[in-house]
Design a protein around this ligand. Structure first.
Ligand code: FAD
Length: 364
């Protein structure tokens, strides 16, 4: 029997970031079902940091993560993970209502025309959010995994949890290949599979719903796009950003209920994305270079879930990161680690109440 203090199920950004924060204190193994960590949602994101996204409680986690993402500790990474570009929230009518802690300014039509050459006439104004940035997701995820290993954590890929049971003061875990592991704490960081992992552990699920989102890379007959702001609409029907000089990443902002799976884009969603894009700018579309899809997983109240299950000893939830799991990961992982280790939170998250994110809210 392989004995650990903590077993983390899932090697995406959620499991890796929490692991990096506890490995130095608890003998920890991270088990990942796929050949490589980050294969699912973490490797498919749109890779931006947007403070206004997800509502006021998520915004607290995002804002608290900013300094770490810009200037991480030297032993974590010798470079930052953000490249600031700003975001224009376009509107044909009312401006969006964003959390007050987020810096914004109004952009009128004249300025909009200068910022987005070729913008169509119905977009009257916009709210500009200067703090929006691209995140180097691959580097951030790799840095978490490196920190985890340096601090003594073990990573096991092709290691799918099949079932888990609690007895004799600990968890006995069986992997698909028959390997047995034991630990006092079992962390569920299984993304879209979170409820399935709970059921396999005889724990009542909290109701995590995976939703598919489509991304399309388009080549367009325009250059100089790389540094344009991220562009979205206040009603939430599309977003796009310059990826290369003449390429963009575009999403129709879809949110389609899905079973947990290796998500793939549907042609209709790619077509919807292109149709919406053509309503925004007059840039000629040359071709679709690639498209992909991933699952964003939400709890019933769309807040992430961090904390021990109140009905089951040693079962820790780290799930429901929706569309903000990358940008919130530094603060969310520090907050979750303090709860898991029963320690004082670090200053980065000292002002954030972890009870807001506790799974206890579903047991009431
Ligand atoms: C199209 C798209 C755009 C997005 N854009 C952004 C963005 O711009 N900014 C942002 O912050 N966030 C964004 N997100 C959200 C972000 O990607 C997610 O919140 C985040 O990746 C979730 O991380 P995770 O570790 O929970 O899930 P995952 O990365 O999916 O990791 C969960 C892992 O658990 C493993 N697993 C499941 N079951 C088992 C088992 N039984 N045994 C072992 N392992 C198991 C899976 O194989 C998987 O690797 C986007 C998501 C999508 C899909």
């Amino acid at each position: 029997m392989n004995e650990f203090e903590v077993i983390i199920v899932g090697g995406g950004i959620a499991g890796a970031s929490l692991g990096a924060n506890i490995a130095g204190t608890r003998r920890t193994i991270l088990i990942e079902a796929e050949d490589q960590c980050g294969y699912h949602s973490t490797g498919r994101s749109a890779a931006f940091y947007l403070e206004s996204y997800g509502g006021p409680d998520v915004a607290k986690l995002t804002l608290a993560s900013r300094d770490f993402l810009l200037n991480p500790p030297k032993d974590f990474s010798d470079h930052g993970f953000l490249r600031v570009r700003g975001d224009l929230h376009l509107t044909t009518g009312e401006l969006p209502d964003l959390p007050p802690a987020v810096e914004t300014r109004i952009v009128e039509r004249d300025e909009l025309e200068r910022l987005v050459p070729g913008i169509k006439p119905q977009w009257r104004r916009a709210l500009f959010e200067p703090g929006c940035a691209d995140i180097d997701v691959a580097a951030l995820h790799a840095s978490y995994l490196r920190a985890f290993r340096i601090r003594g954590g073990e990573v096991s890929t092709r290691a799918r949890l099949q079932r888990a049971s609690f007895g004799d003061g600990g968890w006995q875990i069986q992997l698909e290949d028959g390997t047995a592991l034991r630990s006092s704490i079992l962390v569920n960081a299984a993304g879209a599979w979170a409820d399935q992992v709970a059921i396999a552990s005889s724990i009542q699920p909290v109701g995590i719903s995976p939703k598919r989102r489509t991304m399309v890379q388009l080549r367009v007959g325009r250059s100089g796009l790389k540094d344009l702001p991220l562009i979205d609409d206040s009603k939430g029907t599309f977003y796009f950003k310059g990826e290369g000089d003449s390429t963009i990443w575009l999403s129709p902002h879809d949110e389609i209920a899905s079973d947990p799976c290796d998500a793939a884009p549907e042609e209709i969603d790619v077509a919807i994305a292109i149709d919406r894009f053509e309503q925004v700018v007059d840039w000629p579309i040359e071709r679709v270079e690639r498209s992909w899809a991933g699952l964003r997983s939400f709890a019933p109240d769309r807040l992430p879930v961090y904390g021990f299950d109140p009905r089951a000893p040693g079962f820790f939830w780290c799930v429901g990161q929706g569309g903000f799991g990358i940008q919130t990961s530094p603060a969310a992982a520090k907050m979750a680690a303090a709860v898991l280790l029963d320690e004082e939170p670090e200053s980065m998250v000292a002002g954030i109440d972890p009870r807001v994110f506790s799974p206890a809210r579903f047991a009431r």
